[in-house]
Design a protein around this ligand. Structure first.
Ligand SMILES: Nc1ncnc2c1ncn2[C@@H]1O[C@H](COP(=O)(O)OP(=O)(O)O)[C@@H](O)[C@H]1O
Ligand SMILES: [Mg+2]
Length: 431
C-alpha cells in the first residue's frame, strides 16, 4: 500500500463529526479502509462553539478510523461549512511565457497558475480570504479551449469562480484542528466536496441544484456548465423537524428523532390515516397513539418551509430559472426522510433524486448514504489534486501496473473538467 494512494477526510458538520481513510484502487475508484462518525451539538452557523469538546471527539474519531484501517492517516482534507462564505466571478489575463522558440509558445502549468493568480486579485474585506479559485473557462488568443495545458498561443485568459470565506471562521477551524493535533492537507467548501461526491459530469453541466440538509443547517449550490452559479445556506436543518415533532407529540427529542426516522414522511397525501404508532409522552410515563398521517401533518409544513426558503433565495438571486434542467440532488441526513423527493417536485416543479457517494466502494454499509457524500467527495478531490500536482513523474520510471494506473487517472482527471483544476490558496495560510 503506497502512501500517495491514501486519502483522509474529515467533516465537522452541524450535528455530527465524521472521518474516513480511503485508498485509490488501480481503476481509479476509492475504497474506504476506515470510517467513523459521532453526533455532537457544538456548531452554530458554521462556527465551532466548544473547541475542547470538538477536539476531543475529532481525536476519538480519527483513532477509530486508524484502528479500523490498521494504518495511520495521512494529512486530512477538511470540509468548511458554506455559512459565511460568498461566491464571486472574475477574469485574469496573462502572456504565455515564451520558450526558446518564440514562434511556438506552449502553455505550461506556471502560466495557468499565473493567470489564475491574476483572476484572484479581487478586492476583499479585511476579514476575507479566497478559499477556492475554480477555473470555469480558458481562452487562448480569444478562442475557448477545453484544456489549456500544452496548447499553443500568446495570450491566456481565465474566467474563475472564487469562493471567498471569513478569516475568523477559518481561524476557529484552525484552532480546533491544532488542538486535536490533526494535520491538514487542505480545506474545502463542504458543498463543493458534496458535488464531487455525488454529481455526475452531466449534472454539473446541465444546471443542477444541490441541497445538503444537515442537522442544523441546509446548504445549497447551483452548478451549470461545469461551474458554480450561486450558493448559500439557511439556518434550518432536519433537527427543526425533530423539535416540532417533539412539541406536537409532547414527547422527548430522542423519541421524536426516532419516530421521524422510522415512521416520518414529508408528504401528507402519501401517509396513512389508518396506520398507528405509539409515542411515549414526556410526563407520567404514559404513551399516546398517533397515525402516520398526523406525523406527516407535522413534518410536511416544516420540510416545505426549508425548501421554500431555499427557493426564495434562488428567486431573489439573479439566476436564470432555466438552469434547473438537471433537477435537484439531495444529500445530508435530512434527505433520508421518506417522500422528500416528491415534496421537492411540488416546490420546485423539477425532478429530484437522492445523491449517494459515487466512485467509492466500502465494506461499511452505513457509508453508502447521502449523509457521507461530503466525506466521499473530500477524498475524491484529494485524489484529483494529487494527480494534478504531480503530473510530471515520467511514465517509464513506473512499473507496468503503475503506468496503467497513472494513465487511467489522468484520463479520469481530464474528464472531470474544471473541478480537477480546483486550486486552494489556503495552503500558505496554514503554514
Ligand atoms: N433516516 C433518516 N430519516 C430522516 N432524517 C434523518 C435520517 N437519518 C438522519 N436524519 C437526520 O439527519 C440529520 C443529520 O444530518 P447530517 O448530514 O449527518 O448532519 P450534519 O452534516 O449537518 O452534521 C439529523 O437531524 C437527523 O435527524
Ligand atoms: Mg453535513
Amino acid at each position: 500500500m503506497k502512501r500517495e494512494n491514501l486519502f483522509a477526510a474529515l467533516e465537522i458538520g452541524s450535528s455530527k463529526i465524521a472521518a474516513s481513510l480511503s485508498e485509490r484502487k488501480i481503476d481509479g475508484d476509492l475504497e474506504v479502509l476506515g470510517f467513523a462518525s459521532e453526533e455532537f451539538s457544538g456548531a452554530r452557523g458554521g462556527r465551532i462553539l466548544n473547541l475542547e469538546t470538538v477536539a476531543e471527539i475529532i481525536r476519538r474519531i480519527i483513532g477509530r478510523v486508524e484502528m479500523a484501517a490498521g494504518i495511520r492517516c495521512p494529512p486530512f482534507r477538511v470540509s468548511m461549512s458554506s455559512a459565511e462564505s460568498r461566491i464571486e466571478r472574475s477574469n485574469g489575463i496573462a502572456t504565455v511565457a515564451g520558450g526558446r522558440d518564440q514562434g511556438s509558445r506552449e502553455v505550461g502549468l506556471p502560466d495557468i497558475k499565473r493567470v489564475i493568480e491574476m483572476a484572484n486579485s479581487v478586492s476583499l474585506s479585511r476579514d476575507e480570504v479566497i478559499l477556492h479559485s475554480l477555473p470555469l473557462r480558458f481562452l487562448i488568443d480569444k478562442v475557448e479551449v477545453e484544456e489549456p495545458l500544452g496548447a499553443a498561443g500568446v495570450r491566456l485568459e481565465a474566467e474563475v469562480c472564487l469562493v471567498i470565506h471569513k478569516i475568523s471562521v477559518l481561524n476557529s477551524m484552525k484552532k480546533v484542528l491544532l488542538k486535536a493535533q490533526v494535520q491538514i492537507e487542505d480545506l474545502t467548501l463542504q458543498t463543493l466536496a458534496c458535488a464531487q461526491g455525488v454529481l455526475s459530469e452531466e449534472e454539473k453541466k446541465t444546471g443542477t441544484l444541490l441541497v445538503d440538509i444537515g442537522g442544523n443547517i441546509s446548504d445549497y449550490m447551483v452548478f451549470s456548465k461545469g461551474g458554480v452559479v450561486t450558493s448559500g445556506y439557511i439556518d434550518l436543518g432536519s433537527l427543526y423537524i425533530t423539535k416540532d415533532l417533539a412539541y406536537g407529540l409532547k414527547t422527548t427529542l430522542a423519541h421524536a428523532e426516532e419516530i421521524k426516522k422510522r415512521f416520518g414522511s414529508a408528504l401528507i397525501l402519501k401517509s396513512s390515516a389508518h396506520e398507528f404508532i405509539t409515542a411515549p409522552l414526556v410526563a407520567y410515563q404514559q404513551s399516546t397513539r398517533v397515525s402516520k398521517r398526523l406525523l406527516a401533518e407535522i413534518i410536511e409544513p416544516r420540510v416545505k418551509e426549508i425548501l421554500s426558503l431555499i427557493k426564495a433565495k434562488l428567486d431573489s438571486s439573479e439566476l436564470d430559472q432555466r438552469w434547473l434542467e438537471g433537477g435537484i440532488v439531495f444529500t445530508g441526513g435530512g434527505c433520508m426522510l421518506l417522500h422528500i423527493v416528491d415534496l421537492a417536485y411540488d416546490v420546485f416543479q423539477r425532478p429530484a433524486r437522492i445523491g449517494l457517494p459515487l466512485r467509492t466502494t466500502s465494506v461499511y454499509k452505513d457509508f453508502h448514504s447521502p449523509r457521507f457524500a461530503v466525506l466521499s467527495g473530500l477524498s475524491q478531490l484529494s485524489a484529483l489534486a494529487y494527480q494534478y500536482e504531480n503530473p510530471e513523474t515520467p511514465l517509464d520510471s513506473l512499473s507496468e501496473a503503475e503506468q496503467l494506473h497513472r494513465q487511467q487517472n489522468i484520463r479520469s482527471l481530464s474528464s472531470h473538467g474544471s473541478f480537477s483544476k480546483m486550486t486552494s490558496y489556503l495552503k500558505n495560510f496554514f503554514r
